[in-house]
Each structure stands twice: as structure tokens, then as C-alpha cells.
Design a protein around this ligand. Structure first.
Ligand code: PMP
Length: 366
């Protein structure tokens, strides 16, 4: 039986999207391949509210994260982290030989714009990275306010990881002033894993031209140049199957209406938050809650593995905590093409397994 995946990616993929993956393969150097990538680009620009170029990568999002810090840091990178995925960006900088410093906040807290301002005021940095939606803690960082700070620092390239938010939360890239906005397709966009995309500003392009050792596979400048010189083609052989499916799914997303889609995510988030507050606690700072996943503090000390085993028998799966938070929290995602009814069904099943109903009944009868 296929399961409904309420883990924070990968999530369920609709049958019609899966079918698009089976489209007969074409040459990656054909006119059709150019048309396909162009068509994805036009739609992705709408999703990100940007006029900047869209780069595709046949890798998950980690590839573009690594490429961005490596290709676009000429001086020194400042990584702002509020959890595991921010920390990982720091590791990518260091292991690629990029001078990189890490600035961390406590788990469950957000990155404050003032902190970014203080760090940039040193004049040491020409690139920063911020995780929009930290999947380990459920924090949605204030990328808009951080963007306001960045307006003071012309020379700084602003990279944002929107891996677990794009497609579920509005990210107006140009208005915020993001230079490289990265996402993977297996989360709120709703495709099987294996492809990622990012926006790429003029500032990033000019910066990459000054960085000599950009590597090969994740050289963002080479991806950009192939688009310009080879009419929207890809430097190596891309996953054309993903591209057929992505083109189709983006069409569906635009048909749903971006604002409708974001509202649906917000509504699903509210249902899960209310449930979490009723039975447990929300782990995350309430001023910065994500609309695509909720991290629940396991105040009742439930056995999450047992719960998941029972849930799987009923066709559902949720996620335990991530990294340091493994045993202290569990995570429920509400992203992609799920509806409020899907979320209610999941929560009803959790209640049933955990016996919350019974507890409430016995309390009323007391
Ligand atoms: N950043 C965040 C916020 C994530 O949630 C993830 C994946 N869980 C990644 C980066 C890494 O993305 P990928 O697995 O697509 O490489």
C-alpha cells in the first residue's frame, strides 16, 4: 500500500505527475529540450515572483546550496543558522575551501535581522546564507526583514534556502532582493526527489565571474551560460523525466493560483498547530512559525516510533525529530497537494492510536 507521507519531504506525488515522468525520452540537445527548459523557467519565474534567470540542477537542493557558496563567495561567507540545514551550509563552505563563518541562534529561535546587520557591518563578508524554513525546528526566518538590511550592503550576495518552503509559502524574490533562491522539487512543489532549481541574479553572475575555482558540476555560472549560449540547455545531461513532470506540475500549481495555494498551506498549518497545542506544545518560537511543517514538543513522552508503526498500518507516516531534537520532538508536514481533509484524517488517526479521545471522555465522566 502506498503511504500518505506527512514527513517534511519527500511527499506524495499525484498519479498524473508520476505519469509525466514516463514521457518518452528526448535528446537533451534538441529544440524540444530547449523548449521544455524555457517553459519550466517561465513558470518558475512566476512561482518566485522574479525576472532573474532560473537555473535547474539534476541534483537535490544540497547541490545548488554547495554551488552557490562556492561559486559566489570572493571574499568571505557568513552563514546564519538556526538548525541542522543552516549548519550544513557552513560545512559546505568550509569543505570547499571557502572562508566561511557560522553565526548561530538557539534551536527553536529565528535569525534576527539585527544580528545580520551587526555581522555585515564588519565589512568582512560578501555573501550570506539564510535558511528560510528550517526543517529541523519549524522556524520560518524573516527573510523579508533581512532583505531590508541587505539593501545597505550592495556588495553582498544574498542566498536563501527555500527547500522546504517554495511552493507552499510566498517568496517574492525580487521584492525581497534575494540573489540566489534555492529549492528542491520533492517538498512543497510535489515531485519525486532528484531535481532542484534556483534563481540567479546579475549580482551573483558578476560575482561568479570573479571566482576562479567554481568546480564543474555545480558551477552556477556554467549553468547560466548554457542557458544564454545554447538556448536554454543544460551543461551535462539533465533528468529529462523530472523536467517533463516539473513543467506539468508547475502548470498545475499556477492553475490552482499561487495565492490560493499559499492560503491552503496556511489553513493546513493552523489545523496542525491547534491540534499540537491541544495535546502537546509547539516547539518553535510562535512569532516565526512555518506554514509547511509543525515541530511538536513531545511533552507527553509518547513513543514516536510506535505511533509511526501504527500509523503505517493505516497508510500514514510522520517524522521524528531531526538531529539533536530527535527524541524531544516529532514533525508533521503539511505541504504540497494535500488538503485540509487529508490533514484532519491524519490527526484523527493519531488521536485514535494515542487514545486522546478516550482520555477526554474519561475526563468528562469524572
Ligand atoms: N535545506 C532544508 C531546509 C531542507 O529541509 C533540506 C532537506 N530536508 C535540505 C536543505 C537539503 O535538501 P535536499 O535533500 O533536497 O538536498
Amino acid at each position: 500500500m502506498s503511504k500518505k507521507l506527512f514527513i517534511p519531504g519527500p511527499i506524495d506525488v499525484s498519479e498524473d505527475v508520476l505519469e509525466k515522468m514516463a514521457t518518452p525520452v528526448i535528446s537533451h540537445r534538441s529544440k524540444e529540450a530547449s523548449e521544455l527548459q524555457k517553459s519550466i523557467t517561465e513558470k518558475a519565474k512566476k512561482l518566485f515572483y522574479t525576472d532573474n534567470e532560473i537555473l535547474l540542477s539534476t541534483s537535490s537542493g544540497t547541490g545548488l546550496m554547495e554551488g552557490s557558496i562556492r561559486c559566489c563567495t570572493a571574499k568571505r561567507a557568513a552563514v546564519f543558522s538556526c538548525g541542522s540545514f543552516g549548519d550544513r551550509w557552513h560545512k559546505m563552505g568550509i569543505t570547499n575551501g571557502v572562508p566561511t563563518d557560522l553565526f548561530k541562534v538557539e534551536l527553536g529561535q529565528a535569525i534576527e535581522p539585527e544580528m545580520v546587520d551587526k555581522v555585515l557591518a564588519t565589512g568582512k563578508y560578501d555573501l550570506i546564507t539564510v535558511t528560510h524554513n528550517e526543517t529541523s525546528t519549524g522556524i520560518r526566518n524573516p527573510i523579508e526583514d533581512i532583505g531590508q538590511i541587505l539593501k545597505k550592503y550592495d556588495d553582498v550576495v544574498y542566498c536563501v534556502d527555500t527547500v522546504s518552503s517554495a511552493g507552499g509559502i510566498k517568496i517574492p524574490v525580487d521584492e525581497i532582493g534575494i540573489d540566489i533562491c534555492i529549492t528542491s522539487v520533492q517538498k512543497a512543489i510535489g515531485l519525486p526527489p532528484g531535481m532542484s532549481l534556483c534563481t540567479f541574479s546579475e549580482k551573483s553572475r558578476k560575482r561568479a565571474e570573479k571566482v576562479p575555482n567554481r568546480g564543474v558540476y555545480f558551477d552556477l555560472l556554467s549553468m547560466y551560460e548554457y542557458i544564454k549560449k545554447k538556448n536554454y540547455q543544460y551543461p551535462s545531461t539533465p533528468s529529462l523525466s523530472h523536467m517533463f513532470a516539473l513543467n506539468y506540475q508547475l502548470e498545475k500549481i499556477l492553475e490552482e493560483g499561487l495565492e490560493n495555494r499559499f492560503k491552503r498551506h496556511e489553513d493546513m498549518a493552523k489545523i496542525v498547530r491547534n491540534w499540537a497545542e491541544e495535546h502537546f506544545e509547539i516547539f518553535t518560537d510562535k512569532n516565526h512559525l512555518s506554514n509547511t511543517l509543525t515541530v511538536v514538543k513531545n511533552t507527553q513522552n509518547i513513543d514516536v516510533s510506535n505511533l509511526n508503526e501504527e500509523l503505517q498500518k493505516r497508510g500514514y507516516l510522520i517524522a521524528n525529530g531531526y538531529g539533536e531534537l530527535k527524541d524531544k520532538t516529532f514533525r508533521i508536514s503539511h505541504m504540497g497537494d494535500y488538503t485540509e481533509n487529508d490533514i484532519r484524517d491524519l490527526l484523527k488517526n493519531i488521536d485514535d492510536i494515542l487514545g486522546f479521545q478516550l482520555k477526554i471522555v474519561s475526563f468528562i465522566n469524572m
